[in-house]
Design a protein around this ligand. Structure first.
Ligand SMILES: NC(=O)c1ccc[n+]([C@@H]2O[C@H](COP(=O)([O-])OP(=O)(O)OC[C@H]3O[C@@H](n4cnc5c(N)ncnc54)[C@H](OP(=O)(O)O)[C@@H]3O)[C@@H](O)[C@H]2O)c1
Length: 445
């Protein structure tokens, strides 16, 4: 039996401890049940790495009668999560209920009782993260959240610890597995968006209501958390410019392929002259770019540091078991810290920085126009681009007659100029429709 000695100068805030560390699990759904299974199946590894045996003491769920995919005694279950947080027999709280409330109040109450919290809750952290991090700091307890971004990919710890001395200039990643699955199936197998979404739902990658994924809300929450860590400033999901994938057509994907690109839903966070910009939108990236090879439900993030250059982190961005790996990793760290009487995880720091609006970014653009098929059309279109200072890199006409389209790629231009150019294009008699505009990333600097 391992004996935990309470060597803490903070002993008044710490739970009375025995030779075991007892976990209060809030939620036993996809992630919670996988966490419980991992703690049972890997009990030996977890105990030796944490320096204490880990016991699942209490589990809160909405419906205690529901069958669970984990072998736990029925008397650990309760429908009252506050009872778990307040229980003197619980040393560490794992919050995998999700959503804002009651998760927020439960986490704050755990801190009041001096209990560290491990959470996977991106929605909460990208909305009220600052309140929670400051409360954890005040109470000198851990709030660990590796699973909130990138599921099973170690992302938060490498950013906060491995790259702690680095100046991060940009993060670019695929942080939503559902949309990456959908875009991969559209590109590789010619499925329509709705067919690919239906398939993702049938495989359990997408929720019955897939809005949070396909409209980019999930990716925006993750982008906000990554930007907050990378740039030491407050970024909330509402600060993130967001476009989902519902406007991406089979034509866009085919033209991308012919031009040597792949369409991905990207989360991009960058800093320039002390400002921060964070955005989530579909974009074309060169087929040779490492992110272009990230297929199906996999996720990856490329971190660019001033000195280290590019670092890419790749793996399973969701799913119970991969996500549980991150939760249990945090749990081991929280237990270590609890035993040492510290909350050594580098706290989030907040320096005020301006969030740049989208019209101040610059990118290359792909523009697809449905046009009249007659002489002089291209000249008129080129004039509109020139008038707004947007330089065309390549253009070709696709189809004849009613099917005539112009496919254009620009050089790097400002978003404001490009949007003004699109407004002008819409007024041209020869332009029947501006069918698509997509940013092209990771090519020209
Ligand atoms: N699923 C993933 O792949 C994944 C990946 C990364 C992060 N996350 C995050 O992990 C968290 C959990 O996700 P999940 O997919 O595991 O969700 P889930 O399958 O819906 O599980 C939620 C669990 O919380 C319980 N619950 C909900 N409200 C409750 C309440 N008021 N009181 C007590 N219990 C309550 C539910 O009880 P019942 O079972 O009785 O309904 C269920 O066990 C979310 O923050 C999510 O964003 C998930």
């Amino acid at each position: 039996m391992l004996l935990i000695q309470n060597r803490s100068p903070l002993s008044d805030t710490m739970p009375a401890m025995s030779e075991r560390v007892r976990i209060g699990l809030l939620g036993c759904g996809h992630v919670g049940s996988a966490v419980a299974r991992m703690l049972l199946d890997h009990a030996g590894e977890v105990a030796s790495r944490a320096g204490a045996e880990v016991e699942i003491a209490r589990v809160a769920v909405r419906n205690v009668a529901k069958a669970r995919d984990v072998d736990l005694p029925s008397d650990v279950f309760t429908h009252d999560p506050a009872e778990v947080v307040r229980d003197d027999g619980v040393d560490v709280v794992v919050e995998v209920i999700g959503g804002i409330e009651p998760a927020r109040s439960l986490i704050l109450e755990a801190f009041e009782h001096g209990k560290p919290v491990v959470t996977a809750n991106k929605e909460l952290l990208s909305t009220l993260g600052r309140e929670l991090f400051e409360a954890a700091k005040d109470r000198r307890v851990d709030l660990l959240y590796e699973a909130s971004v990138g599921g099973g990919i170690p992302l938060i710890r490498p950013l906060k610890q491995g790259l702690a001395g680095e100046r991060i200039v940009k993060l670019m990643g695929i942080v939503n597995g559902t949309t990456n699955y959908v875009l991969t199936r559209m590109a590789e197998d010619g499925l329509s968006l709705s067919e690919a979404v239906a398939e993702a739902q049938s495989l359990g990658y997408a929720e019955r209501d897939p809005t949070a994924d396909i409209e980019g809300f999930d990716a925006a929450a993750k982008a906000a958390i990554l930007a907050m860590i990378a740039f030491d400033t407050q970024v909330v999901a509402g600060d993130v410019y967001r476009e989902g994938i519902t406007g991406v057509t089979a034509d866009d994907i085919q033209f991308a392929q012919r031009l040597g690109y792949v369409v991905k839903l990207l989360a991009i966070a960058e800093t320039q002259n002390g400002d921060v910009s964070v955005r989530v939108h579909p974009a074309m990236i060169p087929a040779a770019h490492p992110l272009a090879t990230v297929r199906l439900s996999f996720n990856a993030v490329v971190v660019e540091g001033a000195r280290v250059g590019s670092v890419m982190l790749y793996g399973r961005g969701a799913g119970g078991d991969p996500t549980a790996t991150s939760v249990v990793g945090d749990l081991v760290e929280a237990i270590h810290n609890l035993r040492e009487g510290s909350a050594s995880h580098a706290p989030v720091t907040y320096r005020p920085k301006r969030i740049r609006p989208i019209d101040e970014i610059s990118a290359q653009y792909y523009v697809l126009l449905h046009v009249d098929d007659r002489p002089g059309v291209l000249a008129g279109v080129a004039d509109a681009f020139a008038k707004h200072d947007v330089s065309i890199k390549s253009v070709w006409q696709e189809g004849r007659g009613d099917e005539a389209r112009l496919v254009m790629i620009t050089h790097r231009a400002s978003e404001r100029d490009l949007q003004a150019c699109v407004q002008t294009l819409r007024t041209l008699e020869a332009v029947r429709d501006v069918s698509s505009v997509l940013r092209v990333e990771a090519e020209e600097q």
